[in-house]
Design a protein. Structure first.
Length: 201
């Protein structure tokens, strides 16, 4: 079964300013590009069957930068998109924490919050996981580079490791980080979580 190299996109100016991006096409900033350059050096020797990425600009830009290092094809893949946050896009996180009850609920008890289009986080998890299962069927073995968003990676990890979705925000996935997940026939094995080159603890 395949091994997923889960990579979060690099930083953008909106990340730096703590503004909710959702599906807005905000490009990587210089720090973000440097973060991905560092991860690219780490995975340069890995042979990938493909680089599947969220179609959103910051993820696609990250995938294109990585493709130069690993010589693999970039494939935009809708199931890896960002969670639906349309009603909060462009708002500062500080403002939302001060004034939006549903936003605070999403951070505290994500399984109870209502996202855009009336969807719940469980609805979104079903869509993401169907995409993961489809990738497993296309790639019975080998390595896949998966470039996506923080909460999308957390959703994949929760589902594969049997964690309740209410624990979503107990996981931390930094910009330009690498997590490695092997999906076996009956059990998933998390080999690396949130590795950031040069990070200080």
């Amino acid at each position: 079964m395949p091994t997923f190299y889960l990579i979060r996109h690099g930083q953008t100016d909106w990340n730096q300013k703590k503004i909710v991006m959702g599906k807005k096409d905000i490009p990587l900033n210089l720090k973000g590009k440097n973060e991905i350059a560092a991860i690219g050096k780490i995975i340069a020797g890995v042979k990938f069957s493909g680089i599947y990425c969220s179609p959103i600009k910051r993820a696609r830009e990250t995938a294109d930068l990585l493709a130069k290092k690993v010589k693999a094809q970039v494939i935009p893949y809708e199931p890896l998109t960002e969670i639906p946050l349309d009603m909060w896009e462009g708002e500062s996180i500080k403002k939302l924490l001060d004034s939006d009850v549903n936003f605070k609920l999403y951070l505290k008890s994500p399984e109870k919050a209502i996202l855009s289009y009336g969807k719940s986080i469980k609805d979104f998890q079903k869509d993401v996981w169907k995409g993961v299962v489809d990738l497993q069927s296309k790639h019975s073995e080998g390595n896949l580079c998966i470039v996506t968003h923080s909460d999308t990676i957390k959703i994949i990890l929760c589902k594969s490791l049997g964690l309740n979705i209410k624990f979503l925000h107990r996981l931390n996935i930094d910009h330009g980080s690498l997590s490695i997940l092997h999906l076996g026939n009956e059990v998933a094995n998390l080999q690396v979580l949130n590795y950031v080159p040069g990070a200080k603890f």
